[in-house]
Design a binder for this molecule. Structure first.
Ligand code: NAP
Ligand code: HSE
Length: 423
């Protein structure tokens, strides 16, 4: 490294890249004192160098050619451009050149992390990625450095800020899904392609990274159960609230006798559950260790400054710590059961349809005769065969769902219920 100055390159200068520049500028004096080095941004790769940006940078710093970054003698590169192609090739080339890399890119880590970690170890450079999971919450460092003795039985959380923001606003302000998604994009929470947020991919990548740190291995990514929130309506949210629940996109990883199970899905939480209190773009991670017991971490999960905070803290860390090899991740290729809710698990079942046979009495009679237990019923709408209702059930399975559709013309949406903080 150059004496007194650390030469940093950026891949990407959007929401997070802009936040990184603002943070380095606003904290420069303190960082120089604490690190004994000045951080200088020497190159920033963008797609369009003419674009108007939220932060001013000297035009000479901007480039649209990756080779300029590679040639510019940088010590560290901050990758905040996203995606896997061409990002993987760029990160690989930088590591091979001996650059430390800090990244916020969960998709890259979930899909190609194993290879990049091995490569970084081989070249003895840091690959730091705290910003990739749960925004400003330093959960990966906690797992890597401060929970080495505890056996972690499972990890659960709200890992996507955009969807939590959407669900919060849809419930609290009765705004439409599209309206709130637009706000989330304007606030810089959403991914460049917001389908990654609303279809649960982003939370799945983060869960996968967490699970690899917790278990040292993970399921093949394709085996993770993933359901998003794009088909959730105001009706689902209202009925949940009328029955005493709140819908959250919950990511969970836990060990069973059959192996590790990972799932991301809209889930009903009793209003008193700690995760039900996590609102707006906040994230939360719940862990349980055999020595420490239950832990809950919460903080801002998306946006310019919370994410820049994690990136700059990674920078500061690697500038003060010698290289130590990162534990190499393994993918567990043994066959696993998918993490579907058990049939006996309680769930909130939302029914909607218009068919003369679909009266609440007939539906209840059918379900009870089929052995499904029903503890609560809320009818939102019952107008001459037009029915919209929510039921709290145990024992409802896919066969029952199919019969509700074929015999009563009802569309069925079943949400698992998290019973309590410990369940
Ligand atoms: P963004 O606002 O869309 O910015 C992406 C930047 O990368 C832009 O400057 C873009 O250039 C540049 N870029 C993209 N593809 C490129 C290519 N092929 N060649 C050259 N430049 C390219 O995205 P962001 O929200 O900052 O997110 C960046 C990364 O951080 C993603 O991996 C995301 O998942 C992760 N992250 C984001 C947040 C958040 O809250 N936003 C939080 C945690 C992690 P132009 O500006 O010229 O278009
Ligand atoms: N789009 C992501 C989210 C950014 O909303 O959580 C933070 O990783």
């Amino acid at each position: 490294m150059s004496v007194g100055v650390v030469r940093v390159g950026l891949l990407g200068l959007g929401t997070v890249g802009g936040g990184v520049i603002k943070t380095i500028r606003s904290q420069q004096e303190k960082l120089s004192l604490r690190l004994g080095k000045r951080i200088e941004i020497v190159k920033a790769l963008v797609r369009d160098s003419e674009k108007e940006r939220a932060v001013h940078v000297e035009p000479s710093i901007l480039t649209t050619n990756f080779e300029d970054v590679l040639k510019s003698d940088v010590d560290i590169v901050v990758e905040v451009m996203g995606g896997v192609d061409p990002t993987y090739d760029y990160v690989r080339a930088l590591i091979e050149k001996g650059c430390h890399v800090v990244t916020a890119n969960k998709e890259l880590l979930a899909k190609r992390g194993t290879e990049l970690v091995e490569l970084a170890n081989q070249h003895q450079v840091h690959l730091a990625y705290e910003a990739s999971v749960a925004g400003g919450i330093p959960i990966l460092s906690v797992l890597r450095q401060f929970l080495r003795t505890n056996d972690i039985s499972g990890v659960r959380g709200i890992l996507n800020g955009t969807t939590n923001f959407i669900l919060t606003k849809m419930e609290a302000e009765q705004l439409s899904y599209q309206e709130v998604l637009k706000q989330a994009q304007e606030l810089g929470y959403a991914e460049a392609d917001p389908r990654s947020d609303v279809e649960g991919f982003d939370a799945m990548y983060k869960l996968y990274i967490l699970a690899q740190l917790v278990y040292g291995e993970s399921l093949p990514l394709a085996d993770v159960v993933r359901k998003g929130i794009s088909d959730l309506s105001a009706g689902h949210i209202r009925i949940a609230s009328e029955l005493g629940y709140r819908i959250k996109l919950i990511a969970q990883a836990y060990q069973t006798d059959e192996g590790i199970r990972l799932s991301v899905q809209p889930t009903m939480l009793p209003l008193g559950h700690p995760l039900a209190q996590i609102q707006d773009a906040f994230n939360a991670v719940q862990l349980s260790g055999n020595i420490v017991g239950d832990l809950l971490f919460t903080g801002r999960g998306a946006g310019e400054l919370p994410t820049a905070s994690a990136v700059v803290e990674d920078l500061a860390y690697l500038l003060t710590q010698p290289f130590t090899p990162h534990p190499v991740w393994r993918e567990n290729t043994a066959s696993h059961l998918a993490a579907q809710p058990e049939a006996s698990q309680r769930s909130l079942c939302y029914l909607e349809g218009s068919c003369p046979s679909a009266t609440p009495d007939r539906v209840l009679h059918f379900l009870r005769a089929a052995g499904v237990s029903i503890s609560k019923l809320k009818v939102q709408f019952d107008l001459g065969g037009v029915l919209r209702a929510g039921l709290i059930t145990s024992g409802l399975n896919e066969e029952h769902e199919a019969l509700l559709t074929s015999d009563f013309g009802l569309s069925v949406r079943r949400f698992p219920i998290l019973e309590s903080a410990e369940s």
